[in-house]
Structures are given as C-alpha cells and as structure tokens.
Design a protein around this ligand. Structure first.
Ligand SMILES: Nc1nc2c(ncn2[C@@H]2O[C@H](COP(=O)(O)OP(=O)(O)O)[C@@H](O)[C@H]2O)c(=O)[nH]1
Ligand SMILES: [Mg+2]
Length: 354
C-alpha cells in the first residue's frame, strides 16, 4: 500500500516520513522522496520467539513525502498531487506543537490547518473533474454512449465538490468508481489525520481545537492519530534497552510511530496473514476480503498456479494451545480451498503442485 504524506509547511511531514522509514533525510530538501516502513505487529515478534527463524519479515507500507501545500496555490497543488498520483491513500499531517523557533504554517490553529488542507484536496479534485468535463464537452465529435455516461457522472462529482463534499461521502456504484478510477481523485482515497503535538500536549492529551478535529475525522471516517515528533526523534536515537525503559515511563509499550503504522494499516483496509517456519516468520499484506488463492499469489505466483489447498491455523489458537501440533490435535487446523476468505491473523501453509 502506497501512502502520500501531505500538509501545509513546517508541520512535521518530513520528520514523520524519516521516522517511519528510518531514512536520513535533509529537512530542507524539497524533493519528493519515497521509503518503506515496517508495520509494527507484536504478533510477529511472538511468532519469532516461538519458531526462532533465521529471518523475520514484517509487513510494510510505502510512504511518499511531499513539499508543502500552499493555501489556494494551484501550481503547488498540481505539483504535489501529480507527483503522488499512484498513492492509494493519504496521510494529512497537522501541527499542534508550539515552538516559535519553527515558523508556523499559513494558518495556525490545528483545525484550520486541517480544513485548509482538505480544501486543497477538494480543489485538486475539482481541477481534475472540470478539466475532464471540458475535454469531453469540447470534443469535436459525437460522444460515445460510455462517454455520455461518464460526463453525467463527472457533473455529479463537480456539483458535490462545489458543495465542499468529499467524494468518499457520496454514493457511487462499483461501476462508477471504476469509471473515475484512473483520475486518482484525492477525496475518494482513505485518509488518515496525524496531529503532531509537543511534549506538554502529549502528556495533557490535549491541544487547541482537538474536539473539532476529532469531530471532523469522525464525520468523514478519517483515521486519527496523535504523535509527538520530537519525542519520537529522541526515542529513535536511543538503544533498544533505553527505549523500552523510557516507553515504560511513558506508560506504553510501543512508540508513536509503531502505533501510527498499525493504525494506517487498519484504516486502509489491510489485513495480515502469516507464514511460519524455521527459515522465516513473515507477515504478508492483503486487502480485507481477499481469498486463500490471493494469499498464495502474494507469496509466489507458482503457489497460486499450482494451488491445491491451504492449511489455516488461527494465530490465537496457536498462542492459546502452544504448538501447531496441539492445534491440529484439537481439530482446529482448517483445510480450505481457493475461495476461503483470509482473516487477519491466519497462519497459512499452501499445499501446491507445479
Ligand atoms: N518542537 C518540535 N519541532 C518539530 C516537531 N516535529 C518537527 N519539528 C521541527 O519542525 C521543523 C519542520 O519539520 P519538517 O518535518 O521539515 O516539516 P515539513 O515542512 O512539514 O516537512 C523542523 O525543524 C523540525 O525539526 C515536533 O514535534 N516538535
Ligand atoms: Mg518537508
């Protein structure tokens, strides 16, 4: 899953990108950058303890950092969104942290930053939709039936956007979604909001306009995560041992970045299945609703081609009973066919023949 990180200037986008991906990036570099982040999943750690494999592999998300959006600046907006057309989801960073040494974005209140960023999303989609409408309307020929249908749909979208409605909020059939799928419309994508708080706000669990931000996120189905960029940077610089100690003092077991990666993963409709063994314990990513055959294909195309059956054990059963054998003896190992819908936490072994 590809995630674009967007927001106004000096809110912490690049800081969070760098923390997520572990990449050392120059904060002044305005280039687009991409990097991969591990999705922290304690189940993988527990499985690794059980199997002691040579290799442990976590699920990943791919992140794209972007230059700042500027309010009502079409050129900047076009540049930012064109560069991340292939992302499937968007993460908006909002700054709550107070620090006069870091210049503030164009609007200061967190809720105003969020609204301004969402306005840029709406404007972007409006740019794309009206551009396409013009192209169809100015075609010097009779439109095909399919194009007429598309034009009507686009006009519906244009009206919604004109009313400041996110496109994810209007009812579209699968057919209609497919019709506009190629346009990479921002407000059709899953969105997560990350608020970058300072240490005081972090311990107070509060910052200015928080209630309004939460309400806006709930209304629109956005994921919501609070994170202290500065604290995360400090954690990042510590040894594993010191880190655990500090986290314990803070009353938690994982860093904000670990929490964030998992929240995004869930919000974006992804589930993990696991493969286990002496060689490797590994988490793999599927979209919710995917089948055992999809799982096989994710591991290797040969496994999908030669698919016979899949052995499925539930992670919770394995942990409760202590070993694969105990799960089998209890009759809890399923032998399933291609159509089996994979559940988050399934441990899968594909039987295949090529
Ligand atoms: N005090 C404080 N400074 C931060 C925090 N997060 C980022 N910064 C600083 O804010 C400045 C802008 O951050 P950056 O990640 O480049 O923001 P971007 O413009 O959104 O990419 C940098 O100097 C960061 O070191 C934070 O949580 N607290
Ligand atoms: Mg930046």
């Amino acid at each position: 899953m590809k995630v674009g990180i967007v927001g106004l200037s000096q809110v912490g986008k690049t800081t969070i990108f760098s923390l997520l991906t572990g990449m050392n990036v120059d904060l002044f570099c305005q280039e687009h950058q991409k990097g991969t982040a591990k999705v922290h999943d304690p189940r993988v750690d527990i499985l690794a303890k059980m199997y002691e494999p040579k290799k442990v592999t976590y699920a990943t998300l791919e992140f794209y950092d972007t230059p700042a959006l500027k309010i009502n600046d079409k050129k900047e907006r076009t540049a930012v969104f064109n560069a991340i057309q292939n992302v499937e989801s968007l993460m908006i960073v909002v700054r709550a942290f107070e620090n006069d040494a870091v210049s503030y974005p164009e609007v200061e209140e967190p809720i105003e930053q969020l609204k301004a960023t969402l306005d840029e999303f709406l404007f972007r989609d409006l740019d794309v939709v009206t551009g396409r409408i013009e192209k169809l309307e100015n075609a010097k020929r009779k439109l095909e039936l399919r194009e007429e249908i598309e034009l009507n749909l686009l006009k519906r979208l244009e009206e919604a956007l004109g009313n400041e409605q996110l496109l994810s909020r209007i009812d579209l059939t699968e057919e209609e979604k497919k019709m506009v799928g190629g346009f990479s419309l921002a407000t059709l994508k899953p969105i997560a909001v990350v608020v970058n708080v300072d240490e005081k706000q972090f311990s107070d669990k509060n910052y200015e306009t928080k209630d309004q931000i939460i309400e806006l996120c709930n209304e629109n189905g956005f994921a919501y995560v609070e994170l202290c960029g500065k604290l995360e940077m400090e954690l990042n610089a510590l040894s594993e041992e010191e880190k655990m100690e500090l986290l314990k003092d803070l009353g938690t077991e994982e860093t904000g970045i670990q929490r964030l990666s998992r929240a995004l993963y869930n919000q974006f409709g992804l589930v993990s299945f696991f493969t286990v063994g002496k060689d490797e314990v590994r988490a793999w990513t599927l979209r919710k609703g995917s089948t055992a055959l999809d799982a096989a294909g994710t591991i290797h195309s040969d496994l999908a081609r030669g698919f016979i059956r899949a052995e499925v054990i539930k992670y919770s059963d394995l942990i409760n009973l202590g070993s694969e054998k105990a799960v089998k003896d209890a009759g809890l190992m399923l032998l399933v066919g291609k159509e089996h819908v994979v559940q988050d936490g399934d441990i899968i072994n594909i039987r295949f023949n090529v």
